[in-house]
Design a protein around this ligand. Sequence first.
Ligand code: CU
Length: 550
Amino acid sequence: MSNDAAALPPLEQVDYIRAKKGLKSWLTTVDHKRIAILYLIAILTFFIVAMGLGVLMRLELLNPGTDFMDGPAYNRILTLHGVIMTFLFIIPSIPAVFGNFLLPIMIGANDVQFPRLNLASWYFYMAGAVLALIAVGLGGVDTGWTFYVPYSANTDSNVLLPMVAAFLLGWSSILTGLNFIATVHRLRAPGMKWGDMPLFVWGLYATSWIAVLATPVVGITLILVLMERFLGIGIFNAAMGGDPLLFQHMFWIYSHPAVYVMVLPAMGVVSEIIPAFSRKKIFGYWFIAVSSMAIAAIGSLVWAHHMFTSGMADEGRVIFSFLTFFVSVPSAVKVFNWLATIYKGSIKIDPPMLFAFGFIFMFSIGGFTGLMNASLSTDIHIHDTAFVVAHFHYTMFGSTGLMFFAAMHYWWPKMFGRMYSFKTAFFGFGLFFIGFNLLYFPLFLAGLAGMPRRYQDYLPEYHGYHAASTIGSWIMVVGLMILFINLIVAIWRGKKAPMNPWGGATLEWQIPSPPPTHQFDAAPDLTHGPYDYDFLYEDEDQPKETEVKA
Ligand SMILES: [Cu+2]
């Protein structure tokens, strides 16, 4: 055996990035960490494409009248922005990237329960993405991301491909959910009880149940539209004995719980970052864990709050309005517990913690305006206005999107073994935060003043709101690009990352950065809980490196 071979560490000790070379080794990998990176590249790319479409829409709305995009073109760009952001970015974002990378490590396992199925989920995702892009090439679709009938059953634009794309993306989400549920039930390290799991894992677990139980409903709904459109079977068309409201009920029975598929993982990331940078045990561990499950359960009973102006019965409206108020209770419990954890903590403001503070600000605005949407009297007025657009961008983009970027800044050193420039990250965050609020907050005011959503043009009295909003979009995009470039450059130029740069107590901070292919060659010892920091700080300022004992 040559000296070189003897000198090389055993394969499973080489980090997962350098373990095998070549594109094929990535496209056929069953390593959860590599699959996470495949998702990261795809999801970030689609986010940037859809963000570009958003900037184009804002540019058109800078002034009243048509500048470069007429109504039909605007409808197609708007639909594409919505479809990509919803199905290709925000729904898979945190579970597919950080769930895949961290879930097995956080419970002391070497991979998910079904590694090959995990890779298949990525290929379902890519197949859906490719179909969506082909649809763009064929002229796009102009129905809006909600594909409402009767228009989607009759429009000339191509709905078949985008609907099949959404169907395949749904399967990617279902299979990932199944995998995560099986992994949490079967692969926890010996001695790790449910109450020892990090709260991010609880967030993913609750999310996975929604993905498995609710996603099939939207899949069936889209198939029914295609059956009516191509086979002439009357399901939603009133003239053929169908009911268009049935579509709305079925669509939102999935799509409202889907907002919790988006926000529950984000809340899980907040529950990891806040105690680590407050160096304080999380306040009310079980309240947060149970509220994740409560949000998943109650969140499945509120869908018709999207239909308060659809002509549904008053009794129904009152019930769904009440349930929508009710689902905000477990969310408020989480916000209270995060603030209680910060209170009297020894706070360290590194980039991930700044994002977590940003989340609490954005999510609170999104939450409170959600209560305005939930109350029947105000919703009748603000339904389908720019107010709703601002609301869901604060909850989806300002909360989940922001926590996706926070997760990148928290776990980048672990995923790539490199630190990034904090100064640049703070600067990028600042521009993002200012730009975001200048972009979306004026839309609350425009909506209250009657500005409809999805309109390519507007009356002169709305000009001020739109001009401010468009300028905000430029500032925000510059901030985001600075954040992304800072992280990507760090992969090659960043200082080598220690095993535990933030002083975290969950298991990923007790294995090397980046981790080896097989992160645990023996069951990890679980001598302390996920938020017990004392063992790290005994009488030193810096967290000591604690290797997982073989
Ligand atoms: Cu909803």
